[in-house]
Design a protein around this ligand. Structure first.
Ligand code: APR
Ligand code: PHB
Length: 392
C-alpha cells in the first residue's frame, strides 16, 4: 500500500488530520487498532474551545455540533460554601465554549471519512514504524494474520499516550517532562438532568467534584478519588451521596439521581515530549502530550496540533516548501506549554492533595477568592479556558 501520509490512530487527532488533508487533496491512510464501535463509544471529555468549533465547522463536519452542541458563556467555581460565576463571555470579548462530547466529534469525523470512501481501517494494529529518517517511511501492520506495509512520505503518530510511534524514536533524541498527580477522577455518565445549566467546578474539604453534562437530559459528573481507585468501592449510592455532599456545600441546587450509564477512573498526569517531530515522523495529540482534565484542554490541544500539521503538509505538497513542517514542533509546543501550565494550575487550585498542610489549604482558598473577586485574575482564567487565539 502506498499513500502520502500514513496515520496511526483514529482518535480525534488522526481522524481530523485525515479529514483536513483530504480537503486539501492530500491522500492518507488511517489505521486503528480498536473497532469502530469501541472508538465511537469511548467516553471522553466534552468541552470545545471556540477555535476547535471553528476548525470543525469550517471544514464541513460541524452540522451536528451546531445543532446539538450547548454553547456556554460561563462556568462556576464553588468553594467555602458559595458558588461564584466566571463570565467567560464578558471577560474574553465575546468568546465562549461549546459542550459537545468528544465521542460525538469522533462519530462525525468517521462519518465524513466513510462518506468520502477515504481509507480508514479499524481493528488494524500498527506493529512497527520504519525509515522515518529517510524520504520513504513505512508503517507495518498485521491484518488477517498477515504482515503488511504502508509506504508513505510522512508518518503521523496520532496513536495516543500508549501508542508505538513515540517510543520508536531513538532514546536520547527526545526530552520528556512529566508529573503524575496523587489522585484520579471517578467519572460517571448518568441519565439525569444536570444540576445547573453551566459547569460547576467544586473545591471541597472532601476533595474536588465537577458537574458537567452532555445534553439537557444526560449529566457527566466527576469525583476526585485515589489514582488507582477500585471502581468496586463505588456503588451507585455512594457516588450520589458524595456528589450531593460536594455540590451542596455550594448552596441551593438539586442533584437529580438517575440510571448510571457508565463509570470509569481516570488517572491524572501532565506529560510533554520535546520535540514533537523526528525526521518524517510527526507526533500529534496525546502521543505527544497529556494534560490533567481539569482545564478541559486535551482534545483542544490535539485539534490545534492537527490544524498546524495539515497546513504544514499542504504548504509542503502545494509549494514545495518545508518551512512550516520544520517549525511544527516549536509552534505547537508554545501552545502546549501554555495549556500545560493552565491545566496544572486549575488542578492545583481545586484538588485536595494528600500531603497538604493548613498553610497550603489557606493559599488555595486565597487564590480562589482572588480569581473570583479580581477582574484581572478572572480574565486570565477565562482567556485560557476559552482558548487563546491561534498564533497565525
Ligand atoms: N495501531 C493503531 N492504532 C493505535 C495504535 C497502534 N499501534 N496504538 C494506539 N492506537 C489508537 C488507539 O486505539 C486510539 O484510538 O490510537 C488512537 C489514539 O486516540 P486518542 O487516545 O483519542 O488520542 P488523540 O487522537 O491524540 O486524542 C486526544 O483524546 O485522550 C483524549 O484527552 C485526550 O481529548 C484528548 C484526545
Ligand atoms: C466533561 O464534560 O467531560 C468535562 C468538562 C470539563 C472538564 C473536564 C471534563 O474540565
Amino acid at each position: 500500500m502506498r499513500t502520502q501520509v500514513g496515520i496511526v490512530g483514529a482518535g480525534p487527532a488522526g481522524l481530523l488530520l485525515a479529514h483536513l488533508l483530504r480537503l486539501r487533496g492530500i491522500d492518507s491512510i488511517v489505521i486503528e487498532s480498536r473497532s469502530r464501535d469501541y472508538v465511537e463509544s469511548r467516553i471522553r471529555a466534552g468541552v470545545l474551545e471556540q477555535g476547535t468549533v471553528d476548525i470543525l465547522c469550517e471544514s464541513g463536519v460541524g452540522e451536528r455540533l451546531q445543532q446539538q452542541g450547548l454553547p456556554h458563556h460561563g462556568i462556576e467555581l464553588s468553594f467555602s460554601g458559595a458558588r461564584h460565576r466566571i463570565n467567560l463571555h464578558d471577560l474574553t470579548g465575546g468568546r465562549a465554549i461549546t459542550v459537545y462530547g468528544q465521542t460525538e466529534v469522533v462519530k462525525d469525523l468517521i462519518a465524513a471519512q466513510i462518506a468520502a470512501a477515504a481509507p480508514l481501517y479499524f481493528e488494524v494494529e500498527a506493529t512497527s514504524i520504519h525509515d522515518f529518517e529517510s524520504e520513504s517511511p513505512k508503517i507495518r501492520f498485521r491484518q488477517g494474520g498477515k504482515e503488511r506495509e504502508i509506504q508513505c512520505d510522512f508518518i503521523a503518530g496520532c496513536d495516543g499516550f500508549h501508542g508505538i510511534c513515540r517510543p520508536t524514536i531513538p532514546a536520547g533524541k527526545l526530552s520528556v517532562f512529566e508529573r503524575v498527580y496523587p489522585f484520579g477522577w471517578l467519572g460517571i455518565l448518568a441519565q439525569s438532568t444536570p444540576p445547573s445549566e453551566e459547569l460547576i467546578y467544586c473545591h471541597h474539604e472532601r476533595g474536588f467534584a465537577l458537574f458537567s453534562m452532555r445534553t439537557p437530559e444526560i449529566t457527566r459528573l466527576y469525583i476526585q478519588c485515589e489514582p488507582d481507585e477500585d471502581i468496586a468501592n463505588w456503588p451507585d449510592a455512594r457516588i450520589w451521596d458524595e456528589l450531593e455532599t460536594r455540590l451542596h456545600a455550594g448552596g441551593d441546587l438539586t442533584l437529580t439521581e438517575g440510571p448510571i450509564l457508565q463509570k470509569s477512573v481516570t488517572p491524572m498526569r501532565s506529560f510533554v515530549t520535546e520535540p514533537m517531530q523526528f525526521g518524517r515522523l510527526f507526533l500529534a495529540g496525546d502521543a505527544a502530550h497529556i494534560v490533567p482534565p481539569t482545564g478541559a484542554k486535551g482534545l483542544n490541544l490535539a485539534a490545534a496540533d492537527i490544524r498546524m500539521l495539515a497546513r504544514a503538509l499542504a504548504t509542503f505538497y502545494q509549494a514545495g516548501n518545508a518551512a512550516l513542517l520544520e517549525q511544527y514542533s516549536v509552534t505547537c509546543l508554545r501552545r502546549v506549554w501554555r495549556a500545560e501550565h493552565f491545566s496544572w494550575w486549575m488542578t492545583s487550585l481545586l484538588h485536595k492533595f494528600p500531603e497538604t498542610t493548613p498553610f497550603q489549604q489557606r493559599l488555595q482558598l486565597a487564590e480562589l477568592e482572588y480569581v473570583t473577586r479580581s477582574r484581572a485574575a478572572a480574565t486570565s482564567l477565562a482567556e485560557n479556558y476559552v482558548g487563546l487565539p491561534f498564533e497565525d
